[in-house]
Design a protein around this ligand. Structure first.
Ligand SMILES: Cc1cc2nc3c(=O)[nH]c(=O)nc-3n(C[C@H](O)[C@H](O)[C@H](O)COP(=O)(O)OP(=O)(O)OC[C@H]3O[C@@H](n4cnc5c(N)ncnc54)[C@H](O)[C@@H]3O)c2cc1C
Length: 516
């Protein structure tokens, strides 16, 4: 009996093992077939290029196009996957600060602002209650070609995409990335859908993700700015209005509307708001063109978001551009930060020949998150742009937006007026802040000093010639208000990264010549 039971059990186990082996063989074949499918393109041909890609870049916007060009120049095989390769028609990224232009030169992309009717920008003009002041960029130490540039965003992006595509080792493809392919916590590539709907996968040791980010936008035509070739900021109520030329005949006007809920464009509320609240605050030279643009009705909106950079080191992937870090667009600093990050990442990747060791590469690239925020402690030449600019531009943009927005609080009103008057003093009082805004001076300490100098200037005006308890109290609130604007922003950026980068161990993982 025992012998019979043992034989039956033996037979059952034998059948089980045979079946398991068969299933394993079927599974192996399925995976092999799947892999074959994965590496085939739409025509059923094996996709050779995907197998020999060093870096996949998701998105050919500001960051993606610049990075593709520069990494290809360094000999990398780059596969760029962009959702829409047609000329973008967007209201973002239209004014490039001089600091960003210098980065463009460093990347060899300065010709991308040529032949697109880009306008040169030499500074800003600030308007408040009918008074104005001009703030020129401190460009004296630079080549005559260096200045800001403003243009149609789409024309600029197409120039950068074409330039990247001139490199034989760049493959620029239209497709929408739907997911990252991960294996054991390491990003191995991406899954994407081509323009004809086919689902494909692409693999590379390193994937760089550059996917984007309310201003009400209009185009003013047939008019001249009061200060030609300058950006114009109106300290309007409730919040600022921005204007700059985007071609020789068009002026972009961006009206900030605070809060999440916008007046409706479709039922005419927006037109009403622009005519009743905004138009009377527009400089008189531009009033008719503004009203004509509102009547014409080509009104567009775009959300303004700020997002401090939170490093999320993932083996096999790097997050860049607006996908990683955003600041209020008031100061037009986004592209300058983007190009500065591209320059830094290129320098970090240059000495690395093998991108396949994703864990070591990820650890090494942690230095990127510190170095992009750090300015050179020992720099005695602040106008030599060797330092990354991200934290200074981010902090200035977010703080200035708060200071420039109207508030019923008397101390905030004093701060706004003090800021306008401080900038109108000229000399270092205007040169210092505009150098920070333009990306020409990346030092965060200069920013903090100027910010508190404005606050102290405001308190001084309150207390002179005779301080009263009420004025003294407003002064205390002004300093408190200034601190509660700037310190949370600095905290979000990272105090150590901004002011004590050398205390962060990861910064030493970069090549020695990049140490802070
Ligand atoms: C209203 C507004 C005005 C601004 N004005 C200025 C200014 O004057 N000056 C300035 O310097 N900065 C400005 N900025 C900021 C600036 O535009 C951004 O910082 C900059 O464009 C960021 O570049 P990016 O490459 O990260 O993103 P983008 O330039 O937006 O590029 C992202 C690309 O990824 C593609 N993409 C998205 N999803 C996918 C997907 N799933 N698969 C494949 N591709 C995909 C998109 O089509 C796009 O081409 C402004 C921002 C706003 C909101």
């Amino acid at each position: 009996m025992g012998w019979m039971i043992a034989s039956v059990l033996g037979l059952v186990f034998l059948c089980y093992f045979i079946e398991k082996k068969k299933n394993r063989a079927i599974e192996k074949k399925r995976i092999k077939d799947e892999n074959l499918k994965i590496h085939q393109n739409g025509m059923g041909q094996p996709d050779e290029i995907a197998e020999h890609t060093d870096i996949i870049i998701v998105g050919a916007g500001v960051v993606g196009s610049a990075l593709a060009y520069t990494l290809a120049k360094d000999g990398r095989r780059v596969h760029v996957i962009e959702r829409d390769l047609n000329e973008p028609d967007r209201i973002v990224g239209e004014l490039l600060q001089p600091g960003g232009y210098l980065k463009l030169i460093e990347l060899g992309l300065e010709d991308c602002v040529e032949d697109i009717d880009a306008q040169r920008v030499f500074g800003y003009a600030l308007f408040k209650h009918g008074k104005s002041t001009k703030l020129s960029y401190p460009l004296g130490n630079f080549h005559a070609d260096v200045s800001g540039r403003s243009f149609h965003h789409g024309r600029f992006i197409q120039r950068m995409r074409s330039k990247a595509a001139t490199q034989s080792n760049v493959r620029l493809e239209q497709g929408t990335v739907t997911s990252l392919l991960e294996k054991k916590g390491t990003v191995k590539g991406v899954q994407y859908r081509t323009s004809n709907g086919q689902a494909l996968r692409a693999y590379a040791p390193l994937t760089i993700v550059d996917i984007p980010s309310c201003f009400v936008a209009l185009v003013l035509e047939n008019c001249n700015l009061p200060y030609p070739n300058h950006g114009h900021v109106v300290l309007a109520e409730p919040s600022p209005i921005l204007m700059y030329p985007i071609s020789s005949t068009e002026i972009r006007c961006l009206v900030d509307i605070p809060g999440q809920k916008l007046p409706s464009i479709t039922n005419g509320e927006m037109n009403e708001y622009l005519k009743a609240t905004v138009a009377r605050q527009i400089p008189p030279e531009l009033y008719s063109a503004f009203m004509a643009a509102v009547e014409k009705g080509n009104i567009r909106t775009m959300a303004n978001r700020s997002m401090p950079a939170s490093p999320y080191p993932t083996p096999g992937a790097v997050l860049l551009g607006d996908a990683f870090n955003m600041r209020h667009p008031l100061t037009g600093g986004g592209m300058t930060v983007a190009f500065s990050d591209v320059v830094l990442l290129r320098k970090l990747l240059r000495p690395i020949h093998n991108l396949n060791d994703s864990t070591s590469l990820c650890k090494y690239l942690e230095s990127f998150y510190t170095l992009r925020k750090a300015s050179n402690r020992f720099s005695i030449f602040p106008f030599i742009l060797r330092q990354p600019v991200a934290s200074t531009i981010n902090t200035l943009a977010n703080a200035l937006y708060k200071v420039f927005s109207a508030s019923p609080d008397p101390s905030r009103k004093e701060m706004r007026q003090a800021c306008f008057d401080y900038l109108s003093l000229g000399g270092e009082f205007s040169n210092g802040p505009i150098a920070l805004l333009s990306g020409l001076n990346p030092r965060p300490l200069s920013l903090v000093l100027h910010f508190f100098a404005v606050a102290i200037f405001g308190v001084g005006r309150l207390l002179l010639p005779f301080p009263s308890p009420k004025r003294l109290w407003t002064g205390v609130k002004l300093i408190w208000g200034a601190s509660s604007i700037i310190f949370p922003i600095i905290k979000g950026e990272g105090i150590r990264q901004m002011f004590f980068p050398a205390t962060i161990p990861s910064s030493y993982r970069a090549a020695p010549d990049m140490h802070i």
